[in-house]
Design a protein around this ligand. Structure first.
Ligand SMILES: Cc1cc2nc3c(=O)[nH]c(=O)nc-3n(C[C@H](O)[C@H](O)[C@H](O)COP(=O)(O)OP(=O)(O)OC[C@H]3O[C@@H](n4cnc5c(N)ncnc54)[C@H](O)[C@@H]3O)c2cc1C
Length: 325
């Protein structure tokens, strides 16, 4: 018996959010008195897989099939179902992201398992299997008791702190009997988003809204982001107006971020925007209107003009960094 966890990678490099998922699965396994097994598919180097031992995986089940470098929901479902049956898994962990959303519900159906999406913390097993998750677009929390024998948990990225330990994982090959239909959908081309820090993995985010006035002023957002080592994001009207690419749009109809720091410059704080950012650990709001709703959700607020505040903040960060050397 072991808790299994699906691991995602980008061109062979295991994603940070998957390391979190492995650590999360190891935590559940410990509570259940068992171990965690990571499922890795596609072309991934042995050293990457061995590194999973440092995050609590006792074993890696590997299936090195080139076709699995892309998301094939049916094939990945079959992999997880095969592995879960082989391991007699009481709990299957996936991420609450695009891949997880395509795979985890199918796995739950096939294993007749209860599913909890958007998990924010390790389950409380003192009386059942109670998982905290976000509800109503991030405005509330729900505590869900999963009562089925087998459970599928989708972990929200950036909600389980990552701590690298020391450990080793045994790597074994997994054999799966695929059906041709598992690869029935062919991806013709992939537009890779090239940014220094992927928004979904970012621990620091600098975000701009309509108060930035136009794309010509985005150098101020990028300048601060560069100094902080942060990713950049934006509100929906900014993406709709093509000031910024759509993948940067966060909120109810965009991406969800849960960084340690979210700096919102010239964003009013509409509920649809807050739905995507309210899980941030610290929110800093810069807005010239003291009545802007975002201030109610902020940990720190600056009432001022972004055109003045952003350059001064960037200078202050630069100065602070110089003092550290
Ligand atoms: C179904 C639905 C889904 C939606 N989904 C999303 C979503 O996913 N994400 C999202 O963001 N929105 C979403 N919206 C839109 C949302 O309701 C708001 O309209 C939007 O978030 C506002 O964007 P904004 O704050 O950038 O712009 P505005 O509302 O125009 O606010 C601009 C802010 O900048 C401030 N400002 C102006 N000039 C300056 C300056 N010089 N210095 C400092 N501050 C300044 C103003 O005081 C104001 O608070 C959705 C709406 C609907 C109906």
């Amino acid at each position: 018996m072991s808790v299994i966890v699906l691991v995602e990678h980008t061109e062979g490099t295991i994603k940070k959010k998957s390391l979190e998922a492995v650590q999360y699965a190891a935590d559940i396994a410990k509570k259940l008195g068992t171990t965690a097994t990571a499922i890795v598919a596609g072309n991934v180097a042995e050293s990457e897989m061995q590194n999973l031992g440092n995050y609590g995986a006792a074993k890696v089940l590997y299936i090195g099939d080139n076709r699995l470098n892309q998301l094939h929901a049916r094939a990945f479902t079959r992999i997880l179902v095969t592995a879960a049956r082989q391991e007699g898994s009481p709990v299957i962990v996936a991420l609450h992201d695009v891949n997880g959303r395509a795979i985890a519900p199918r796995v739950a159906v096939q294993l007749k398992a209860g599913l909890v999406s958007g998990a924010l913390s390790s389950p409380d097993m003192s009386d059942g299997f109670v998982v905290k998750k976000s509800a109503f677009s991030g405005k509330a929390f729900a505590f869900v008791n999963v009562t089925s024998q087998v459970k599928v948990v989708m972990l929200a990225p950036n909600s389980f702190p990552l701590v690298k330990g020391e450990g080793s994982a045994v790597i074994e090959n997994l054999t799966v009997a695929f059906d041709e239909k598992d690869f029935g959908v062919t991806v013709q081309s992939v537009d890779q988003i090239t940014g220094e820090i992927p928004l979904s993995d970012a621990e620091l985010v600098v975000s701009g809204g309509r108060g930035m006035k136009g794309p010509e002023n985005w150098g101020l957002i990028e300048g601060l982001a560069k100094e902080l080592g942060a990713a950049t994001a934006c509100s929906r009207p900014v993406a709709d107006a093509h000031w910024r690419p759509h993948h940067e749009h966060v909120g109810q109809t965009g991406g969800t971020v849960r960084p340690n720091l979210y700096i919102a410059a010239g964003i009013s704080g509409a509920i649809q925007h807050l739905a995507g950012v309210s899980g941030s650990k610290t929110i800093v709001v810069i807005n010239k209107d003291p009545e802007a709703p975002f201030f109610k959700a902020a940990n720190y607020g600056v009432v001022g003009d972004v055109m003045e505040v952003l350059p001064r903040l960037t200078e202050a960060v630069k100065k602070f960094k110089a003092q550290q050397h």
